[in-house]
Design a binder for this molecule. Structure first.
Ligand code: APR
Length: 237
């Protein structure tokens, strides 16, 4: 049995744009309508828990009628020929629903909640994370440990617990594919720097890319057609 090449796919909001989910920084994007420091930061949570509970309830309920698009499906289908790991900044579940089996959610998952932890509490453990699907939580609703339930989202001002795992994946990649991210939010945006200097890096994005590195092949397209072009390139190699 030949060893499958390791393909690591770093995705951002752009991969879900054609499924009807807003990106963050494009015109009309989420951060054009809401201030991320108010609705997506730990300080915002402390200032108004009810506001954030409602904000994420709305996003979570809205996720139910969204579908994976062809880009999610093509990424999942590459598992037949490649050892694929998806590292996503997205909190939607569209990679899962497309069939990808190895997914690292750097910024959390919209369908999950967990107990809020006090300022000096230990970090949460995975067994405290509760999958509520497309349901809602309420202010005053407590986790089994008695603390207020909160969205299982990594907010601005919080650590990214899975970044070490993500770095290990990128370090061992034979091919790195980046789809639909403006590469403006760290540490995710710095992941590509951990790739072996000799491997190819493909970026699928309809806009110009913000990083300049000799290894980069920019497929200037939306995610669905860009993924078709990427798969063709792989088949030629
Ligand atoms: N197909 C592919 N890429 C697209 C498409 C599309 N149809 N539409 C837009 N894009 C690209 C944009 O050109 C941009 O480069 O997707 C990227 C979206 O960038 P952002 O809106 O900044 O989203 P993202 O990079 O995922 O944001 C990173 O910021 O606020 C935090 O936690 C949040 O995970 C998010 C992080």
């Amino acid at each position: 049995m030949y060893k499958k090449q390791k393909l690591v796919v770093l995705t951002g909001a752009g991969v879900s744009a054609e499924s009807g989910l807003d990106t963050f920084r494009d015109s009309g994007g989420l951060w054009g309508k809401y201030d991320p420091q108010v609705v997506a930061s730990i300080d915002g949570w402390r200032a108004d828990k009810g506001l954030l509970i409602n904000f994420y309830n709305d996003l979570r309920v809205g996720l139910k009628d969204k579908q994976p698009n062809k880009a999610h499906l093509l990424i999942a289908s590459l598992e037949e020929k490649y050892n694929v790991t998806v590292i996503t900044q997205n909190v939607d579940n569209l990679h899962e629903r497309a069939g990808s089996t190895r997914i690292i959610h750097l910024h959390g998952e919209l369908t999950k909640v967990r107990p809020e932890l006090g300022e000096y509490d230990r970090t949460y453990s995975e067994k405290e994370v509760i999958d509520i699907g497309y349901g809602t939580i309420a202010l005053g609703e407590k986790a089994p440990n008695g603390q207020q339930l909160r969205p299982h989202i990594v907010w601005f001002g919080e650590a990214v617990p899975k970044i070490e795992k993500a770095i290990e994946e990128v370090e061992s990649a034979d091919i790195l594919l980046i789809v639909g991210t403006s590469l403006q939010v760290y540490p995710a945006a710095g992941l590509y720097r951990y790739a072996d200097p000799h491997i190819p890096i493909y970026i699928i994005d309809p806009k110009d890319v913000s990083i300049h590195d000799g290894r980069i092949v920019h497929i200037k397209a939306v995610a669905t057609s860009g993924m078709e072009e990427f798969v063709q390139k792989l088949e030629k190699n």
